[in-house]
Design a protein around this ligand. Structure first.
Ligand SMILES: Cc1cc2nc3c(=O)[nH]c(=O)nc-3n(C[C@H](O)[C@H](O)[C@H](O)COP(=O)(O)OP(=O)(O)OC[C@H]3O[C@@H](n4cnc5c(N)ncnc54)[C@H](O)[C@@H]3O)c2cc1C
Length: 384
């Protein structure tokens, strides 16, 4: 058994880190505190082949593995945590589902601008009454000629106010089998953004309303019966969230480690107090353990989709570890950790969100328990 990256992977990691230090280091703090989508970063990444790492070469990607994409997102986050979101959007999110299931027309019209870093796609699953219970979604797709009429709304959509298209989960009929997905252009007729709000992370979101929005037949991605395939693609998105949780926890840890080696109190360096040394030992143990779970899950995918169970285990653990480590790093840095001078407080706020987004820790543990007992545990209340 070998726990090290291959020479090619190490070379790739070094190259991405070098690009990040040259292009992203300056402005990393400002970028984290801006609500605007960093389009300049997206274009720079596109020119380096960092968007579409796992997408087939014939579709305009690099034909790499999910592990390559994880290496890239980690390397970018270690220099500019906010820019890791661009790697997420260009590799792990809805783009990957589009590349997997999209038609030639869809790849030409929607995938190409995403790969060029000139367009952005969001995934619209969550609705006001369908959060963890996503299969209870109510947004409908009703046949109209050769296309569909979409009615309903989505909330909490990452990048919603900035996205050009939404890969929306919609209902063609009753039950899980009635769910599929369509591509909806956000500037299209019948699509409206509600009041803008923001998360604790300062990321903006707004309810997206579909009021009899017409989509032509060519914008159907997965029709009735497509839900399970859609969710297996969604596990790639989960690996991206997992990677960023761990990478931001590690970023905060490195900041705190450097701080502890130069900040003096009581005439001694902070790293010389045993009370703080043990905090660092605990952080390091958690980061190392989480890293192995992440790499195991990512490696399970190769160029396909990752294992459901291994992804759930990695995400539940890395989400918790990323937050715990970033929070502990903030404590070690005292007032400076809590201040916006460094990105440690940002890492805490971002990591907190991934404990909820993309399958909350509790929902992932439900899934893990099903694997443990090799049976399903329906969460829905049975009718009296
Ligand atoms: C930062 C962020 C980004 C997001 N981005 C997107 C996005 O891009 N697209 C999108 O569609 N959605 C997105 N979401 C929404 C996210 O997927 C939902 O918030 C999540 O699924 C939880 O749904 P909810 O908020 O309605 O909470 P609820 O489902 O109401 O759950 C509330 C609490 O109860 C727990 N809970 C619920 N059911 C169970 C159960 N059966 N067993 C144990 N515990 C349970 C949950 O874990 C949670 O702690 C995002 C959310 C956040 C915070």
């Amino acid at each position: 058994m070998d726990f090290t990256l291959s020479p090619e992977q190490q070379e790739f990691q070094t190259a991405v880190r070098r690009f990040s230090e040259k292009t992203l280091l300056s402005g990393a703090v400002e970028r984290a505190h801006s609500q605007a989508y960093p389009w300049d970063v997206a274009r720079a990444m596109s020119s380096q082949g960092l968007l579409g790492i796992t997408i087939a070469e014939e579709d305009g990607g690099a034909g790499g593995s999910l592990m390559d994409a994880v290496i890239a997102i980690e390397a970018v986050a270690s220099v500019c945590p906010r820019s890791a979101d661009v790697i997420q959007a260009g590799n792990f999110g809805a783009i990957r589902v589009l590349a997997e299931y999209g038609t030639g027309f869809q790849k030409e019209k929607y995938l190409q601008p995403l790969l060029a870093g000139t367009a952005l796609i969001s995934v619209g699953m969550t609705e006001p009454e369908a959060g963890s219970a996503v299969t209870e979604l109510k947004t409908t797709a009703t046949k109209d000629g050769s296309g569909w009429r979409i009615n309903g709304s989505k909330i909490f959509t990452t990048h919603g106010p900035h996205a050009d298209f939404v890969l929306a989960y919609v209902r063609f009929g009753p039950g899980i089998n009635g769910i599929g997905s369509v591509l909806i252009e956000t500037k299209g007729e019948g699509v409206k953004l509600g009041k803008r709000s923001s998360f604790m992370s300062d990321e903006e979101w707004a309810e997206i309303f579909f009021d009899n929005a017409y989509i032509p037949g060519e914008q159907l991605v997965l029709g009735e019966g497509g839900f399970k395939r859609q969710i297996s693609g969604f596990n790639v998105e989960r690996i991206g969230n997992t990677s960023r949780s761990l990478a931001l926890g590690r970023y905060a840890y490195e900041e705190a480690r450097n701080w502890a080696m130069q900040r003096k109190q009581f005439g001694r360096l902070l790293c010389e107090f045993q009370g703080l040394q043990w905090k660092f030992a605990d952080m390091r143990i958690k980061l190392d353990a989480a890293q192995m779970l992440l790499y195991r899950a990512a490696a399970s995918a190769d160029t396909g989709f990752p294992s459901v169970m291994e992804t759930a285990i990695a995400k539940a653990y890395c989400n918790q570890v990323g937050f715990d480590v970033a929070n502990e790093a903030l404590q070690v840095m005292g007032g400076m950790g809590y201040s916006k001078e460094s990105l440690v407080e940002y890492c805490v706020r971002r990591c907190r969100g991934w404990m909820i987004a993309g399958g909350s820790i509790e929902i992932l543990k439900n899934r893990i328990a099903e694997g443990v007992f090799e049976r399903s545990f329906p969460q829905r209340a049975t009718s009296p």
